[in-house]
Design a binder for this molecule. Structure first.
Ligand code: A2P
Length: 322
């Protein structure tokens, strides 16, 4: 089945990224591998082409198996039809561990290359552990320069067609851009009607960095999530008036901000419903009401903050963007 999902060009590498992607993070990690694999296969069948993974999520192996099955079943003709992202976990955030981490990720996925490899968080940790929260005593400052050089090496080797970051503030991006030979293609950050991220979106637009939104529905039930998005009264009223679901209103709003959006669902009906956001629009009045929703991050990343760690407060962690 063909896909009607629009794409955008990543300015730094000239490759295209589908503007709606499928998220694979479910907490606790590794709890529903079979369901995840079946859901991914179903998503490919329905037309999703962009899949977001991370070494932390334990979703690389099921994603790789679903891709093999999709090829075997003829749902796609070639792996090149897909856009596959994965992320470097904090414990591999050390210059000599980046390439081996990517090689392990590719082995898990049974792939020869990633479309996008991201630094998951702007923090390193003691090597060897793949857990969230990172133990407080294991938190370490990231040497951005050398870790980014290792990411650039991954790109040069052809193992990651594009490289980027996640959860970086404007200040951290500015610092990275000051020394990067290859600028980050993407910054993946939390965006929803309750955390609209105007500042970072404008900054990235100016610098040619594509923005991808995670937790557009607030990631209800996850360690990093909140019920507030799916319980927001304004969104409920707009959904009722338009005959759309709350999720569709959120996804459509994020899409209209000119970024790509990732949504996770392991439910067949909802996987289908989440695709149905491209042939209708929010009205000016809807947009105005959404712009007035009080803002609150779902995930403040308190787990990355410690008296003895690299960031002493959440304000420091986000460089005031909180
Ligand atoms: P489920 O997998 O049972 O569908 P986010 O993408 O913001 O991280 O949110 C993901 C959460 O939202 C998951 O718990 C997912 O649950 C749920 N979800 C995904 N799509 C929908 C939808 N269309 N309506 C309601 N909940 C949804």
């Amino acid at each position: 089945m063909g896909s009607n999902i629009p794409t955008s060009t990543l300015r730094s590498t000239d490759r295209t990224i589908p503007l709606l992607g499928y998220g694979t993070a479910e907490y606790p990690f590794g709890a529903s591998i079979e369901t995840m694999k079946e859901s991914i296969l179903h998503a490919i069948e329905l037309g999703y082409r962009h899949f977001d993974s991370a070494s932390l999520y334990q979703s690389e192996v099921p994603l790789g198996e679903a891709i093999s099955d999709a090829l075997r079943l003829g749902l796609i003709k070639s792996r090149d039809e897909l856009f596959i992202t994965s992320k470097l976990w904090c414990s591999d955030g050390h210059k000599d561990l980046v390439l081996p981490a990517l090689q392990k990720t590719l082995e898990n996925l049974q792939l020869e290359y990633l479309d996008l490899y991201l630094i998951h968080w702007p923090v390193s940790s003691k090597p060897g552990e793949y857990v969230l929260p990172v133990k407080e005593k294991d938190l370490l400052p990231m040497d951005f320069r050398s870790v980014w050089e290792a990411m650039e090496e991954c790109h040069k080797l052809g193992l990651a067609k594009s490289i980027g970051v996640s959860n970086f503030s404007c200040k951290k991006l500015e610092n990275l851009l000051a020394t990067a030979k290859i600028p980050p293609a993407v910054n993946q950050v939390e965006i929803s009607p309750l955390w609209q991220q105007k500042k970072i979106r404008e900054f990235c637009e100016e610098k040619g960095i594509h923005v991808t939104a995670y937790s557009p529905l607030g990631a209800k039930g996850m360690l990093w999530g909140t019920n507030n998005v799916m319980e927001c009264q304004v969104l409920k009223e707009i959904a009722a008036a338009r005959g759309k679901s709350m999720a569709q209103i959120c996804l459509r709003w994020v899409h209209e901000q000119g970024v790509s959006v990732l949504v996770k669902s392991f439910n067949k009906e909802r996987i289908k419903q989440n695709l149905d956001i491209f042939d209708w629009k929010l009205s000016q009045e809807d947009l105005k009401r959404i712009s007035q929703i009080p803002q609150q991050r779902a995930y403040v990343a308190a787990e990355f903050v410690s008296e003895k760690g690299p960031y002493k407060s959440v304000v420091e962690f986000w460089d005031g963007e909180i």
